[in-house]
Write a protein that binds this ligand. Structure first.
Ligand code: PRP
Length: 192
C-alpha cells in the first residue's frame, strides 16, 4: 500500500500540521509558559478527551513544577458540526481557589466550550486563569473568547489527529489532518 493510499484508508485527506511542526511549536509554547509561570506552580487543566496528546507533550516541554487535572465537557456528540450544547461530564479533582489555572485545549472552534469553561472556573476564585490552545479555527462567527497562547491558527475545516476525533476515532494520528469527506460518507453508508 502506498503512503497516499494508507492515509486515505486512515480517513486523511491532507496533512495540515506535521508531527515535526507540532513538536517544534509545542516546545516553544513550553518555554514561553516556563517564563510566564516562573516561581509559581500552575495547575494545568486538560480538557478531555481531545487535549490529552497536547497536554502530555506540553507538560513535558515545561521544566517548571506543574500539577495537572482534567475536565471533560462535551459539545459535539458524534457530529462534524458544533451543536453549542455544553455539558460537564467530569469535573476537576482539585479545588482551584487561589491557584494559577492554565486551561489546555486542543482546539477552539466556535469558542462555546471554552467560554463555558472559563465562566465555570471563574466562579471558583482562582488566582488566575489563562488558556493555551494548540489550534484555533479562523472563523468570523466564533465567540470572541480569550486565548492567551495559540499553537496554530487553522482554516475552518474538520480536522482530525493528535487528540482530535471524528466519531471517536483518529485521535492517535501523530499529525493534524483534514478529514477526508469520503470517510464520513463511508461510515454513514456502513451505518457505523
Ligand atoms: C472539542 C474540542 C474542544 C471543543 C471545541 O471537544 O476538544 O473542547 O470541541 O469546540 P467549540 O469551540 O466549538 O466549543 P468535543 O466536545 O468534541 O470533545 P472531545 O475533546 O472529547 O473530542
Amino acid at each position: 500500500m502506498t503512503w497516499q493510499a494508507e492515509r486515505r484508508a486512515n480517513g486523511v485527506a491532507t496533512i495540515l500540521i506535521t508531527e515535526q511542526e507540532l513538536q517544534r511549536r509545542i516546545y516553544e509554547l513550553g518555554k514561553t509558559l516556563d517564563g510566564r509561570y516562573a516561581g509559581r506552580v500552575p495547575l494545568m487543566v486538560g480538557v478531555l478527551n481531545g487535549a490529552v496528546a497536547f497536554m502530555t507533550d506540553l507538560m513535558r516541554a515545561m521544566t517548571i513544577p506543574v500539577e495537572i487535572d482534567f475536565m471533560a465537557v462535551s459539545s459535539y456528540g458524534n457530529s462534524t458540526k458544533s451543536t453549542g450544547v455544553v455539558r460537564i461530564l467530569k469535573d476537576l479533582n482539585n479545588e482551584i481557589a487561589g491557584r494559577d489555572v492554565l486551561v489546555v485545549e486542543d482546539i477552539v472552534d466556535s469558542g462555546l466550550t471554552l467560554q463555558y469553561l472559563l465562566d465555570v472556573l471563574q466562579t471558583r476564585s482562582p488566582a488566575s486563569v489563562e488558556v493555551v490552545a494548540l489550534l484555533r479555527k479562523v472563523k468570523p462567527d466564533a465567540v470572541p473568547v480569550r486565548v492567551d497562547l495559540v499553537g496554530f491558527d487553522i482554516p475552518d475545516e474538520f480536522v482530525i489527529g493528535y487528540g482530535l476525533d471524528y466519531a471517536g476515532r483518529y485521535r492517535n494520528l501523530p499529525y493534524v489532518a483534514i478529514l477526508d469527506p469520503a470517510a464520513i460518507k463511508e461510515e454513514v453508508a456502513a451505518g457505523v
